[in-house]
Design a protein around this ligand. Structure first.
Ligand code: ZN
Length: 343
């Protein structure tokens, strides 16, 4: 079968579109005929690699996918060949203390498809049946693939961990990525507001407004920390969503009002930075981190995608054979929403 793979870590020059063996499935798995794959920045981090990431090579890329069940393992119930499905990309053991308490994204054997094991950028992939949701006929495969990782991550961060309430003011730092475009919509759906969004281009900020932002700030045109200070009558906001990290954390903490929460699921500009601790205790701030989300959150947020109340933004689509070119577009950073491969 054809796939987007790499044989060694490095840059995009290592990525190939070529034939690899079709995967075997275990008794609890289904063989998924992939119909759509969505890329995440995670794919570029995995390609670059890091100490402790030991992949079986070649590695099939892509952490988001949806498709049709092509075969089922002997213990699989609830799904049949031909079913349309969406896939929660978080893998878990199902029996550790975290899994048994419904926190399967904290599983002792936590893994993400496409990060620690083969992903979706292939004609077929093996997926545990308990990661599947039935995908309604009315929902296209590319919508399901584009939503999965970003929406479960944003939902878990804002709603489950962040306990975002109606009427709370929110600042989202970053406008174009999958998680941030999901976060704007989820904040709007939760009744939060005003919703402030800081972005790097006019096009991304127009998109942010379309998705529900009340106030947008172009970080190239004004110092956004000051702009937030001014817009909130020097009080700051209740919640900041910051998945940028090193470049923005200080301003994000300063932008919070007393008792505020900073929510984070990542750090696109770098993971290590200094924090002025006086801000934390002096303003009674909380920093709340999380990664991915449990299956219960996946079901909840995808239910809202399936009924159209949340809608992933798709920047562009490519055939699988152009999967390397699509990664190049993602790396260039000028995307508003998801880059998707359609098979
Ligand atoms: Zn577990």
């Amino acid at each position: 079968m054809k796939a987007i793979v790499f044989y060694q870590h490095g840059d995009l020059a290592q990525v190939r579109y070529e034939s690899v063996p079709r995967p075997e499935i275990g008794p609890e798995d289904v063989l998924l005929q992939v119909k759509a794959v969505a890329y995440n920045r995670l794919d570029l981090w995995v390609l670059a690699g890091w100490p402790g990431l030991n992949l079986k090579l070649p590695h099939v890329m892509g952490s988001d996918g949806a498709g049709i069940v092509a075969a089922i393992g002997q213990n699989v119930t609830g799904f049949a060949v031909g079913d349309r499905v969406a896939v929660n990309p978080t893998l878990s053991c199902g029996h550790c203390a975290y899994c048994l308490s419904g926190r399967d994204n904290m599983c002792d054997r936590f893994a993400i498809m496409g990060e620690h094991v083969d992903g979706f950028a292939a004609e077929y992939t093996a997926v545990p049946a308990r990661n599947l949701l039935h995908l309604p006929e009315s929902v296209p495969f590319d919508t399901a693939a584009a939503a999965s990782l970003a929406f479960v991550t944003a939902w878990h961060s804002l709603i489950t961990r962040g306990r975002l309430q109606a009427g709370e003011s929110v600042l989202i730092v970053g406008a174009g990525g999958g998680v941030n475009t999901a976060a704007i919509q989820i904040a709007r759906l939760a009744g939060a507001g005003p919703i402030y969004v800081v972005g790097s281009s006019a096009a991304k900020l127009v998109l942010a407004r379309d998705l529900g932002a009340d106030v947008t700030i172009n970080r190239h045109e004004e110092e956004w920390g000051k702009a937030i200070f001014k817009a909130t009558n020097r009080k700051g906001v209740d919640v900041v969503v910051d998945n940028v990290g090193a470049a923005t954390y200080f301003q994000s903490l300063r932008s919070l009002k007393k008792g505020g929460r900073l929510l984070t699921v990542g750090n696109t500009s770098g993971p290590q930075f200094e924090i002025d601790n006086r801000l934390l205790f002096g303003k009674h701030l909380s920093i709340i981190g999380s990664t991915m989300g449990p299956m219960s959150d996946y079901e909840q947020v995808m239910g809202l995608v399936f009924n159209g109340r949340l809608q992933p933004v798709i920047d562009s689509t490519y055939p699988l054979s152009d999967g390397v070119q699509a990664l190049r577009k993602l790396q260039a950073g000028e995307v508003a929403g998801k880059v998707v491969l359609v098979l």
